[in-house]
Design a protein around this ligand. Sequence first.
Ligand code: DGL
Length: 282
Amino acid sequence: MTAKASVSLPIGVFDSGVGGLTVLKALRERLPHEPLIYLGDTARLPYGTKSAAAVSAYALEAAKALVSVGIKALVVADNTSSAHALDALRAEFPGLPVLGVVEPGAQAAGHASPRGKIMVIATESTVRAGTYPRSILHSRPGASVSQLACPLFVSMAEEGMVDGPIAMQVARHYLANAFLDPEPLERADCLLLGCTHFPAFLPLLRQLLGPNVAIVDSATTTARAVEDLLENRAISAPKQTVPAPVRYFATDAPERFARVAAVFVPWAIDPAEVNIIDLVHQ
Ligand code: DGL
């Protein structure tokens, strides 16, 4: 595919479910002129509790489906797939630019952390992969990086429980050891949100941690990286005043997709807009 031929194609955005809409939203804000196709593998989520092998196999199937629809770049919005499957995806689709959320988030955290004491919160499977600490240490050698799986945040976000006393208590439970209890100089100074769902808790986390902790959300940093990638490859869509279309695909439950989407994006999605796709028998 020549660069010229691919300019008008959409960017494919893939996630295990609906949380990746945080990445879609960030892309929409930064690149409103780029057409987008979002695919959520709602039949098989969560990925965050699954093995590396299962996550990689699922990610390859999802990418194959998006490639067959026609995309000019693939954004792996799902942190768990980004942590496990990026090399496999790049090897399988050599001509396709593939960008995950881990590297942009890790680099941003490396820059944002005043003293290099960084905590990554993510799913269990992302934590197990160790990709975030490796990537952070690459951009900030000598940083002290800790990780914590925060599975409750995933289900709470999907229930819309992103503020209020219960959410605050859960956030305190997860984060007090790193950010609140130790002596000030021993505390972590940067929190990296390494899961699609966690940007939904930003206001609450800011309230809990105060203004001196840097909070890095891989969704926004990824949107910036996508813009650079498109420019470097000369495949950016022409800027226009009317926003480009967004198409939604899911592997199951379009009503739930549309309902839970309301937690992550400020616009309404009609279940009828969500096309059901079969990734297994393609
Ligand atoms: N999308 C996943 C992630 O960012 C969270 C939800 C899941 O476990 O599938 O890691």
